[in-house]
Design a protein around this ligand. Sequence first.
Ligand code: UDX
Length: 448
Amino acid sequence: MAPRITVIGTGYLGATHAAGMAELGYEVLGMDVDPDKVSVLSSGRSPVFEPGLEELLARHLASGRLRFTTSAEEAARFGDVHFLCVGTPQKKGEMAADMTYVDAAVDALAPHLDRPCVVVGKSTVPVGTAARLSQRLADTAPAGEAAELAWNPEFLREGYAVQDTLRPDRLVFGVRPGGRAEEALREVYAPLLGAGVPLVVTDYATAELVKVSANAFLATKISFINAMAEVCEASGADVTQLSAALAHDDRIGGRFLNAGLGFGGGCLPKDIRAFMARAGELGADQALTFLREVDAINMRRRSRMVELAREQCGGGFLGRRIAVLGAAFKPNSDDTRDSPALNVAAQIQLQGGQVSVYDPKALDNARKAFPGLNYAESALEAAEGAHVVLHLTEWQEFRELDPLVLGERVAERRVLDGRNVLDAERWRAAGWTYRALGRPQPEPLPGL
Ligand code: UDX
């Protein structure tokens, strides 16, 4: 008989995983302590903006393969394989990850696990967590060691979560030697393995580290090119041409090599900080120092953007209007967690600038996160009377803006491209001063 699946925690990861498992053909029960989330999901709506997710939810609520509950006991009794998908946010005022939700999920489930089953961690956790949870499970579940733990990290990108769930780059199983978890996971993921998705079977600690080091590597790649952007600015070189040339070397590759305002979001920043904290605890000081610099380079991009904006405003923000295009941490997302765009907007407002922020999808979340900022309902409205326009999240809509039309609205035609994707020549031809991070500023024409 096909295993029955439960998914504990139905946020962005859990909701996608639950719908994905139903799509693979399993009966799935999603469990969350938040009754609002459960009722939203039960009505077929997604709590986050994620392309394709609502269609998948609707299909499997209708097929009867997917339902949601707030009862941990019901979840424990239902499933043969229980996926833990709860969040591990950064602790307030610290770099380390907050493990409260992971521990609470295991504690809620364990007392009802009275038959053999597998509990599979998917959350991003500090290395060593799986070994600790495995012991906790064996000590507290009535099934004892027959309630077995495995670690199976996820690598979802926001905006591609459904695709990354149904066609991942790889699967990683961290298991205890001699247990039956590997077999159970091979069965659950048989449709993907059969389609050729590569599999790495390893121990708990390695599986946990695959996730954090993958994120640390991506962050490093971005900070590397942003460090090069600093050198480009200082030497008159152009970082966009530099990265295009580097990308031809397929050992380097062009992905995650776009210089600009740097990374944000709910994963990369918090995950590298949690990794730093754990590396420090383990005495891996060089890893800690290395990652600290990756984080520092990233944060420096934001202050550099504020500095450039101040320069464009004539040395100070007082009495100046600044249009901010973008609030989401990346395009095609409504997520504003650790958004570089909002961080820059807030810094400028703190320094006395009159900021007006527009984003095609993330305004609601932005208003919740930064209620003190001013928001506009369109790029044109944000640009009204602006002394400088900052392009901070690279939505397609912004690439398609007509600089001539926008030019009619602003007080001064100055644009700072924080993502290096606007067509500089087009903007310049429309009479704008175009500047970007890591690119040379052409000499002004004689007489101007
Ligand atoms: C990331 C990882 O890609 C994913 O594998 C992991 O599971 C979760 O974290 P996500 O947070 O959705 O996914 O965003 P991603 O697309 O990776 O972008 C992260 C940030 O890096 C964004 O702020 C983006 O604007 C920035 N970025 C990305 C750059 O600044 N330059 C680049 O070249 C690429």
